[in-house]
Design a binder for this molecule. Structure first.
Ligand SMILES: Cc1ncc(COP(=O)(O)O)c(C=O)c1O
Length: 389
Protein backbone atom coordinates (compact mmCIF):
# COMPACT_ATOMS: atom_id res chain seq x y z
CA UNK A 1 0.00 0.00 0.00
CA UNK A 2 1.37 3.41 -0.88
CA UNK A 3 2.17 5.70 2.02
CA UNK A 4 1.04 9.28 1.84
CA UNK A 5 4.52 10.70 1.54
CA UNK A 6 4.74 14.47 1.72
CA UNK A 7 7.04 15.95 -0.89
CA UNK A 8 8.98 19.15 -1.16
CA UNK A 9 6.58 21.27 -3.25
CA UNK A 10 9.46 23.06 -4.97
CA UNK A 11 10.85 19.79 -6.29
CA UNK A 12 7.37 18.49 -7.11
CA UNK A 13 6.75 21.57 -9.27
CA UNK A 14 9.80 21.09 -11.50
CA UNK A 15 8.38 21.01 -15.05
CA UNK A 16 9.01 17.81 -17.02
CA UNK A 17 9.01 19.15 -20.59
CA UNK A 18 8.38 17.16 -23.76
CA UNK A 19 11.67 15.32 -24.18
CA UNK A 20 10.11 12.01 -23.21
CA UNK A 21 7.34 12.53 -25.77
CA UNK A 22 10.01 13.10 -28.41
CA UNK A 23 12.04 10.07 -27.34
CA UNK A 24 8.90 7.89 -27.35
CA UNK A 25 8.02 9.10 -30.84
CA UNK A 26 11.41 7.90 -32.11
CA UNK A 27 11.04 4.38 -30.66
CA UNK A 28 11.15 1.62 -33.27
CA UNK A 29 12.05 4.08 -36.05
CA UNK A 30 15.17 3.44 -38.10
CA UNK A 31 17.41 5.73 -40.14
CA UNK A 32 16.39 8.87 -38.33
CA UNK A 33 18.59 11.95 -38.73
CA UNK A 34 19.45 13.30 -35.27
CA UNK A 35 19.31 17.09 -35.17
CA UNK A 36 18.26 17.10 -31.52
CA UNK A 37 21.24 15.87 -29.54
CA UNK A 38 23.43 18.23 -27.54
CA UNK A 39 25.90 15.40 -26.97
CA UNK A 40 28.81 15.84 -29.42
CA UNK A 41 29.58 12.63 -31.28
CA UNK A 42 33.39 12.87 -31.36
CA UNK A 43 36.10 10.94 -29.51
CA UNK A 44 38.19 12.79 -26.94
CA UNK A 45 41.60 14.04 -28.17
CA UNK A 46 44.18 11.18 -28.07
CA UNK A 47 46.46 13.19 -25.74
CA UNK A 48 43.75 13.26 -23.06
CA UNK A 49 42.93 9.58 -23.55
CA UNK A 50 46.60 8.65 -23.08
CA UNK A 51 46.79 10.61 -19.82
CA UNK A 52 43.65 8.84 -18.56
CA UNK A 53 45.07 5.42 -19.49
CA UNK A 54 48.34 6.17 -17.72
CA UNK A 55 46.44 7.27 -14.63
CA UNK A 56 44.31 4.13 -14.61
CA UNK A 57 47.45 2.01 -14.82
CA UNK A 58 48.66 3.55 -11.57
CA UNK A 59 45.52 2.00 -10.16
CA UNK A 60 44.25 4.50 -7.62
CA UNK A 61 40.87 6.22 -7.65
CA UNK A 62 40.87 7.91 -4.26
CA UNK A 63 38.77 10.85 -3.13
CA UNK A 64 40.56 14.01 -4.19
CA UNK A 65 40.68 17.45 -2.65
CA UNK A 66 36.98 18.18 -2.11
CA UNK A 67 37.07 21.36 -4.14
CA UNK A 68 39.16 20.00 -7.02
CA UNK A 69 42.87 19.15 -7.00
CA UNK A 70 45.03 22.24 -6.43
CA UNK A 71 46.92 21.84 -9.72
CA UNK A 72 43.63 21.86 -11.66
CA UNK A 73 42.27 24.89 -9.83
CA UNK A 74 45.53 26.70 -10.62
CA UNK A 75 45.31 25.84 -14.33
CA UNK A 76 41.68 26.98 -14.38
CA UNK A 77 42.65 30.28 -12.72
CA UNK A 78 45.40 30.74 -15.34
CA UNK A 79 42.89 30.04 -18.12
CA UNK A 80 40.37 32.48 -16.66
CA UNK A 81 43.07 35.15 -16.45
CA UNK A 82 44.65 34.56 -19.86
CA UNK A 83 41.57 33.70 -21.90
CA UNK A 84 38.78 35.63 -20.18
CA UNK A 85 40.56 38.45 -18.28
CA UNK A 86 39.10 37.23 -14.95
CA UNK A 87 41.33 37.24 -11.84
CA UNK A 88 40.22 34.41 -9.57
CA UNK A 89 42.15 33.09 -6.59
CA UNK A 90 42.42 29.31 -7.13
CA UNK A 91 42.26 28.71 -3.39
CA UNK A 92 39.20 30.77 -2.46
CA UNK A 93 37.36 31.65 -5.67
CA UNK A 94 37.43 28.52 -7.86
CA UNK A 95 35.44 25.33 -7.26
CA UNK A 96 35.67 22.23 -9.47
CA UNK A 97 32.32 20.46 -9.77
CA UNK A 98 30.52 17.48 -11.26
CA UNK A 99 29.95 19.35 -14.53
CA UNK A 100 28.59 22.87 -14.95
CA UNK A 101 25.27 21.35 -13.98
CA UNK A 102 26.28 20.79 -10.37
CA UNK A 103 27.93 24.21 -10.20
CA UNK A 104 24.70 25.92 -11.31
CA UNK A 105 22.71 24.13 -8.64
CA UNK A 106 25.06 24.72 -5.72
CA UNK A 107 25.50 28.41 -6.54
CA UNK A 108 21.77 29.06 -7.02
CA UNK A 109 20.94 27.06 -3.91
CA UNK A 110 23.45 29.10 -1.90
CA UNK A 111 22.22 32.46 -3.19
CA UNK A 112 18.46 32.13 -3.49
CA UNK A 113 15.88 32.52 -0.77
CA UNK A 114 12.21 31.54 -1.13
CA UNK A 115 10.40 34.13 -3.23
CA UNK A 116 13.55 35.63 -4.78
CA UNK A 117 13.19 36.29 -8.49
CA UNK A 118 15.69 35.22 -11.13
CA UNK A 119 15.69 36.93 -14.52
CA UNK A 120 16.18 34.49 -17.38
CA UNK A 121 16.37 35.90 -20.91
CA UNK A 122 14.45 33.33 -22.91
CA UNK A 123 14.49 31.03 -24.92
CA UNK A 124 16.97 29.69 -22.38
CA UNK A 125 18.84 26.57 -21.28
CA UNK A 126 16.13 24.66 -19.39
CA UNK A 127 18.12 23.98 -16.25
CA UNK A 128 18.26 27.66 -15.25
CA UNK A 129 14.50 27.47 -14.83
CA UNK A 130 14.50 24.05 -13.16
CA UNK A 131 17.24 24.96 -10.70
CA UNK A 132 15.54 28.24 -9.76
CA UNK A 133 12.26 26.40 -9.11
CA UNK A 134 14.07 23.67 -7.15
CA UNK A 135 15.55 26.41 -4.93
CA UNK A 136 12.11 27.86 -4.13
CA UNK A 137 12.76 30.97 -6.21
CA UNK A 138 10.66 32.41 -9.01
CA UNK A 139 12.08 32.34 -12.54
CA UNK A 140 11.05 35.42 -14.53
CA UNK A 141 11.41 34.83 -18.25
CA UNK A 142 12.25 37.88 -20.36
CA UNK A 143 11.59 37.15 -24.05
CA UNK A 144 14.36 37.62 -26.60
CA UNK A 145 13.20 38.43 -30.12
CA UNK A 146 14.32 36.98 -33.40
CA UNK A 147 14.04 40.43 -35.04
CA UNK A 148 16.70 41.67 -32.56
CA UNK A 149 18.97 38.76 -33.54
CA UNK A 150 18.16 37.32 -30.08
CA UNK A 151 20.16 40.13 -28.49
CA UNK A 152 18.64 41.36 -25.21
CA UNK A 153 16.46 44.45 -25.14
CA UNK A 154 17.77 46.30 -22.09
CA UNK A 155 14.53 48.20 -21.54
CA UNK A 156 12.55 44.98 -21.42
CA UNK A 157 15.08 43.46 -19.08
CA UNK A 158 14.93 46.48 -16.78
CA UNK A 159 11.13 46.50 -16.85
CA UNK A 160 11.15 42.92 -15.53
CA UNK A 161 13.16 43.88 -12.43
CA UNK A 162 11.17 43.99 -9.18
CA UNK A 163 12.22 44.49 -5.54
CA UNK A 164 12.47 40.66 -5.32
CA UNK A 165 14.89 40.32 -8.26
CA UNK A 166 18.22 38.91 -7.06
CA UNK A 167 19.95 37.49 -10.08
CA UNK A 168 20.22 37.34 -13.84
CA UNK A 169 21.32 34.12 -15.54
CA UNK A 170 22.21 33.44 -19.15
CA UNK A 171 24.57 31.46 -21.34
CA UNK A 172 27.01 33.25 -23.59
CA UNK A 173 27.56 31.82 -26.23
CA UNK A 174 23.94 30.76 -26.07
CA UNK A 175 22.23 27.39 -26.01
CA UNK A 176 19.63 27.06 -27.62
CA UNK A 177 19.97 30.19 -29.80
CA UNK A 178 23.54 29.77 -31.05
CA UNK A 179 24.15 33.51 -30.74
CA UNK A 180 26.89 35.43 -28.96
CA UNK A 181 26.23 38.64 -27.03
CA UNK A 182 29.12 41.01 -27.77
CA UNK A 183 31.10 43.16 -25.33
CA UNK A 184 28.98 46.27 -25.83
CA UNK A 185 25.79 44.37 -24.90
CA UNK A 186 27.50 42.87 -21.85
CA UNK A 187 28.61 46.36 -20.80
CA UNK A 188 24.98 47.47 -20.78
CA UNK A 189 23.97 44.38 -18.81
CA UNK A 190 26.78 45.12 -16.36
CA UNK A 191 25.45 48.66 -15.94
CA UNK A 192 21.96 47.31 -15.27
CA UNK A 193 23.28 44.76 -12.75
CA UNK A 194 25.17 47.46 -10.87
CA UNK A 195 22.27 49.92 -10.93
CA UNK A 196 19.85 47.30 -9.52
CA UNK A 197 22.30 45.38 -7.35
CA UNK A 198 21.84 42.11 -9.26
CA UNK A 199 24.05 39.04 -9.13
CA UNK A 200 25.03 37.80 -12.59
CA UNK A 201 25.43 34.09 -13.37
CA UNK A 202 26.99 33.51 -16.77
CA UNK A 203 27.41 30.06 -18.30
CA UNK A 204 30.33 30.06 -20.74
CA UNK A 205 30.43 26.31 -21.48
CA UNK A 206 30.54 26.99 -25.28
CA UNK A 207 33.30 29.63 -25.01
CA UNK A 208 35.95 27.67 -26.91
CA UNK A 209 33.80 27.12 -30.00
CA UNK A 210 33.81 30.84 -30.77
CA UNK A 211 37.50 31.51 -31.32
CA UNK A 212 36.90 33.69 -34.42
CA UNK A 213 35.23 36.37 -32.31
CA UNK A 214 36.49 35.63 -28.82
CA UNK A 215 33.63 35.99 -26.35
CA UNK A 216 33.93 38.73 -23.73
CA UNK A 217 33.44 37.59 -20.13
CA UNK A 218 31.14 39.87 -18.17
CA UNK A 219 33.08 39.14 -14.94
CA UNK A 220 36.08 40.91 -16.50
CA UNK A 221 34.20 44.19 -16.97
CA UNK A 222 34.78 46.98 -14.43
CA UNK A 223 32.86 46.54 -11.18
CA UNK A 224 31.55 43.07 -12.08
CA UNK A 225 33.92 40.61 -10.41
CA UNK A 226 32.33 40.92 -6.98
CA UNK A 227 28.81 40.18 -8.30
CA UNK A 228 29.46 37.62 -11.04
CA UNK A 229 29.67 33.82 -11.05
CA UNK A 230 31.30 32.43 -14.19
CA UNK A 231 30.57 28.80 -15.09
CA UNK A 232 32.59 26.73 -17.53
CA UNK A 233 33.80 23.19 -17.93
CA UNK A 234 35.41 20.59 -20.12
CA UNK A 235 32.32 18.79 -21.48
CA UNK A 236 32.02 20.65 -24.75
CA UNK A 237 35.52 22.14 -25.10
CA UNK A 238 37.20 18.70 -24.95
CA UNK A 239 34.21 16.46 -25.76
CA UNK A 240 34.38 14.81 -22.34
CA UNK A 241 30.73 15.22 -21.38
CA UNK A 242 30.56 11.88 -19.58
CA UNK A 243 33.58 12.60 -17.40
CA UNK A 244 31.55 15.36 -15.71
CA UNK A 245 34.00 18.11 -14.86
CA UNK A 246 32.96 21.74 -14.66
CA UNK A 247 33.82 24.68 -12.48
CA UNK A 248 32.61 27.99 -11.17
CA UNK A 249 34.55 31.11 -10.24
CA UNK A 250 32.94 33.72 -8.00
CA UNK A 251 33.50 36.07 -5.08
CA UNK A 252 35.30 34.42 -2.15
CA UNK A 253 32.76 35.43 0.50
CA UNK A 254 30.03 33.44 -1.25
CA UNK A 255 32.25 30.67 -2.62
CA UNK A 256 33.04 29.53 0.92
CA UNK A 257 29.40 28.51 1.40
CA UNK A 258 29.05 27.21 -2.16
CA UNK A 259 31.97 24.86 -1.43
CA UNK A 260 30.29 23.71 1.76
CA UNK A 261 27.14 22.76 -0.18
CA UNK A 262 29.19 21.11 -2.94
CA UNK A 263 30.83 18.99 -0.24
CA UNK A 264 27.37 17.91 0.92
CA UNK A 265 26.14 17.20 -2.62
CA UNK A 266 29.15 15.61 -4.33
CA UNK A 267 31.99 15.28 -1.80
CA UNK A 268 34.58 15.74 -4.53
CA UNK A 269 34.69 15.74 -8.34
CA UNK A 270 35.59 12.53 -10.17
CA UNK A 271 39.30 11.73 -9.91
CA UNK A 272 39.65 10.40 -13.45
CA UNK A 273 37.66 13.34 -14.78
CA UNK A 274 40.11 15.71 -13.12
CA UNK A 275 43.06 13.87 -14.69
CA UNK A 276 41.44 14.44 -18.08
CA UNK A 277 40.64 18.08 -17.29
CA UNK A 278 44.25 18.73 -16.23
CA UNK A 279 45.50 17.01 -19.39
CA UNK A 280 43.29 19.24 -21.54
CA UNK A 281 45.46 22.25 -20.67
CA UNK A 282 48.51 20.55 -22.20
CA UNK A 283 46.65 19.00 -25.14
CA UNK A 284 48.25 19.93 -28.49
CA UNK A 285 45.93 22.48 -30.08
CA UNK A 286 45.84 20.64 -33.40
CA UNK A 287 43.99 17.79 -31.62
CA UNK A 288 41.12 20.13 -30.64
CA UNK A 289 41.13 22.75 -33.38
CA UNK A 290 40.01 20.10 -35.87
CA UNK A 291 36.95 19.43 -33.70
CA UNK A 292 36.04 23.14 -33.55
CA UNK A 293 36.59 23.50 -37.31
CA UNK A 294 34.36 20.51 -38.06
CA UNK A 295 31.49 21.91 -35.96
CA UNK A 296 31.97 25.34 -37.53
CA UNK A 297 31.62 23.80 -40.98
CA UNK A 298 28.61 21.72 -39.90
CA UNK A 299 26.75 24.70 -38.45
CA UNK A 300 27.22 26.50 -41.76
CA UNK A 301 25.94 23.48 -43.71
CA UNK A 302 22.88 23.25 -41.47
CA UNK A 303 22.24 27.01 -41.59
CA UNK A 304 22.43 27.10 -45.41
CA UNK A 305 20.11 24.09 -45.63
CA UNK A 306 17.57 25.56 -43.21
CA UNK A 307 17.33 29.06 -44.69
CA UNK A 308 16.78 27.50 -48.12
CA UNK A 309 13.53 25.91 -46.82
CA UNK A 310 10.50 27.93 -47.98
CA UNK A 311 9.10 30.29 -45.35
CA UNK A 312 11.78 29.49 -42.74
CA UNK A 313 13.88 32.24 -41.17
CA UNK A 314 16.87 31.82 -38.90
CA UNK A 315 19.35 34.02 -37.05
CA UNK A 316 22.84 33.09 -38.29
CA UNK A 317 25.00 31.87 -35.40
CA UNK A 318 28.69 32.80 -35.55
CA UNK A 319 29.73 29.26 -34.47
CA UNK A 320 28.72 26.55 -32.01
CA UNK A 321 26.26 23.68 -32.25
CA UNK A 322 22.81 25.20 -32.40
CA UNK A 323 20.29 26.91 -34.66
CA UNK A 324 16.88 28.18 -33.59
CA UNK A 325 14.92 28.54 -36.85
CA UNK A 326 11.44 30.01 -37.07
CA UNK A 327 8.80 27.77 -38.67
CA UNK A 328 5.80 29.95 -37.75
CA UNK A 329 4.66 30.29 -41.34
CA UNK A 330 3.74 26.60 -41.32
CA UNK A 331 1.03 27.45 -38.79
CA UNK A 332 1.82 24.39 -36.64
CA UNK A 333 2.88 24.43 -32.97
CA UNK A 334 6.49 23.53 -32.15
CA UNK A 335 5.75 20.20 -30.47
CA UNK A 336 3.35 19.13 -33.19
CA UNK A 337 5.89 20.06 -35.89
CA UNK A 338 8.68 18.23 -34.10
CA UNK A 339 6.52 15.07 -33.86
CA UNK A 340 5.44 15.43 -37.48
CA UNK A 341 9.08 15.68 -38.60
CA UNK A 342 9.93 12.44 -36.79
CA UNK A 343 6.95 10.65 -38.35
CA UNK A 344 6.96 12.05 -41.89
CA UNK A 345 10.50 13.32 -42.52
CA UNK A 346 12.60 11.01 -40.31
CA UNK A 347 14.27 13.99 -38.62
CA UNK A 348 14.56 14.39 -34.84
CA UNK A 349 14.51 17.97 -33.51
CA UNK A 350 13.56 19.61 -30.24
CA UNK A 351 10.49 21.87 -30.02
CA UNK A 352 11.47 25.48 -29.30
CA UNK A 353 9.05 25.41 -26.36
CA UNK A 354 11.48 23.11 -24.51
CA UNK A 355 13.43 26.34 -23.95
CA UNK A 356 10.50 28.45 -22.72
CA UNK A 357 7.21 29.69 -24.21
CA UNK A 358 9.12 32.30 -26.27
CA UNK A 359 10.38 29.34 -28.33
CA UNK A 360 6.89 28.66 -29.75
CA UNK A 361 7.03 28.42 -33.54
CA UNK A 362 10.73 27.51 -33.45
CA UNK A 363 12.72 24.29 -33.38
CA UNK A 364 16.14 23.84 -31.85
CA UNK A 365 18.46 22.15 -34.30
CA UNK A 366 21.88 20.85 -33.37
CA UNK A 367 24.91 19.61 -35.29
CA UNK A 368 26.31 17.70 -32.32
CA UNK A 369 25.47 14.27 -33.76
CA UNK A 370 27.95 14.86 -36.60
CA UNK A 371 28.24 15.18 -40.37
CA UNK A 372 26.21 12.15 -41.45
CA UNK A 373 23.19 13.25 -39.42
CA UNK A 374 23.47 16.88 -40.50
CA UNK A 375 23.72 16.10 -44.22
CA UNK A 376 20.96 13.48 -44.01
CA UNK A 377 18.82 15.84 -41.92
CA UNK A 378 19.13 18.72 -44.40
CA UNK A 379 18.23 16.40 -47.31
CA UNK A 380 15.22 14.98 -45.45
CA UNK A 381 13.95 18.42 -44.37
CA UNK A 382 14.33 19.69 -47.95
CA UNK A 383 12.33 16.72 -49.32
CA UNK A 384 9.64 17.17 -46.64
CA UNK A 385 9.21 20.85 -47.49
CA UNK A 386 9.18 20.16 -51.25
CA UNK A 387 6.44 17.58 -50.80
CA UNK A 388 4.46 20.02 -48.64
CA UNK A 389 4.75 22.87 -51.17
C1 LIG B 1 24.25 25.97 -21.65
C2 LIG B 1 24.69 24.70 -21.02
N1 LIG B 1 25.16 24.71 -19.76
C3 LIG B 1 25.55 23.59 -19.14
C4 LIG B 1 25.49 22.37 -19.77
C5 LIG B 1 25.95 21.15 -19.04
O1 LIG B 1 27.34 21.19 -18.88
P1 LIG B 1 28.10 20.04 -18.04
O2 LIG B 1 28.24 18.85 -18.93
O3 LIG B 1 29.42 20.67 -17.73
O4 LIG B 1 27.28 19.77 -16.83
C6 LIG B 1 25.01 22.29 -21.09
C7 LIG B 1 24.89 20.98 -21.77
O5 LIG B 1 24.37 20.85 -22.84
C8 LIG B 1 24.60 23.49 -21.72
O6 LIG B 1 24.14 23.48 -22.97
Amino acid sequence: MSQNIALNPDIASIPRGARLTIINATRGKRDLADLASGNPNMPMPPFIRDRIKADLDVGYARYTDFFGVAALRERIADYLKGECGISADPETEVLVTHGVQEALYVVLRTLLRPGDEVLIPSPHYGNYYIDSVACGAKPVLVPLREEDGFQPDLERLEAAISPQTRALIFSNPNNPLGVLWPGEVLEKIAGLAQAHNLIVLVDEVYHDYYSASRPVSIAALPGMKGRTFTFNGFSKAYVMMGLRIGYVAGPAEVMGLVKQLHYAVALCPSSVGQVAALASFDCPREQVNGIYREYQSLIETLYEGVVALPGVSCVRPPAGFYLFPNFKRLGVGSLELSLQLIKDAGVVTLPGTEFGPAGEGHLRLSVAAGREDVEKGVAMLTRFFQEKA
